[in-house]
Design a protein around this ligand. Structure first.
Ligand SMILES: NC(=O)c1ccc[n+]([C@@H]2O[C@H](COP(=O)([O-])OP(=O)(O)OC[C@H]3O[C@@H](n4cnc5c(N)ncnc54)[C@H](O)[C@@H]3O)[C@@H](O)[C@H]2O)c1
Length: 275
């Protein structure tokens, strides 16, 4: 008998993606759909979901667009029930809901000492608790099935914190740490066919960070944006499509021995000392 060759085929695999209506995850959702996966986008943004659903319908992608709050366990279990009922199973959970907030960002108008606890908590909850709760709900589905893949969305901030955004950096560090914890926990307690990994995108230009990287009036790089580009060997911000191939690899059966990792996608930023 010939040895099994690892597969990168996603045909009919069922992928749930939180934050699916957002800038990065809508792109990932569409690409996974185009690769043959059945996709379920979970997001609190109804309008964004409707727009995404229209595009997926046009591309003949089998999909669900479910209004879901990742901070509400009942909302997540309801979504899981719908996905199981409509698609019969869940193969992959991508925890994409996340982001920073101006309320948790230091600057000339708001020093570290003035950051409101509510702003810090909001960012921490969205990034960490939202990942944790969705992993509980869909992790239980995977434990019942005896297989599944969880892919978290961390950030390069998790390795080395960036200035100005302490809550976001800490929350993503927690996501990376939790990724490793969950990988071990699922293997030891449920199944060695459940994998858990994370991607750590570097500087991608999206709505969440545009105000930090580009001057709103001139469109020129801010001093912070300039510093980033000067320290990125590839000399550009990342684009959502840069994430897609790594996501395809990490969720496909072909990466079946990749477990408990956090993969940087940063154009070499973290490799460059600046000299
Ligand atoms: N943009 C970057 O440069 C970058 C870099 C590293 C990591 N990331 C991470 O990538 C992920 C996607 O980021 P993005 O730039 O596309 O942001 P985005 O704001 O476009 O997308 C986030 C999505 O999450 C949804 N969301 C917010 N709260 C929610 C909740 N309670 N329940 C369900 N959905 C909720 C939003 O409606 C939105 O559609 C985030 O986790 C972000 O932290 C982004």
């Amino acid at each position: 008998m010939s040895e099994r060759i690892n597969s990168y085929d996603l045909t009919d695999r069922v992928v749930v993606i939180t934050g699916g209506a957002g800038v990065l995850c809508s792109k990932i959702t569409k690409e996974l759909g185009n690769s043959g996966a059945r996709v379920a986008a979970l997001d609190i943004d109804r309008d964004g979901l409707d727009e995404l659903s229209g595009e997926l319908t046009q591309a003949s992608v089998k999909h669900l667009a479910l209004e879901t709050d990742v901070l509400d366990r009942k909302s997540l279990t309801d979504a899981a029930d719908v996905v199981k009922q409509r698609f019969g199973k869940v193969d992959v959970l991508i925890n994409g809901a996340g982001g920073n907030s101006p309320e948790a960002t230091t600057g000339p108008e708001q020093s570290f000492f003035d950051l409101p606890a509510e702003g810090v908590q909001k960012v921490f909850n969205l990034n960490f608790l939202g990942t944790f709760l969705a992993s509980q709900v869909f992790g239980e589905v995977f434990a019942e099935q005896g297989e599944g893949v969880i892919l978290n969305v961390s950030s390069m901030n998790a390795f080395t914190p960036l200035t100005k955004i302490p809550a976001y950096s800490a929350a993503k560090a927690a996501v990376s740490n939790f990724t490793r914890w969950l990988a071990v926990h699922m293997s030891q307690n449920y199944s060695t066919d459940i994998r858990v990994n994370a991607i750590a995108p570097g500087f991608l230009l999206t709505e969440q960070n545009r105000y930090l990287l580009l001057d709103e009036e001139t469109g020129e790089l801010t001093p912070r944006g300039k510093t980033i580009i000067e320290h990125t060997p590839m000399d550009r911000f990342g684009d959502p499509k840069d994430l897609v191939s790594t996501v395809l690899w990490l969720i496909a059966p072909g990466s079946e021995f990749v477990h408990g990792t956090v993969i940087p996608i940063d154009g070499g930023f973290s490799a460059f000392s600046g000299v």
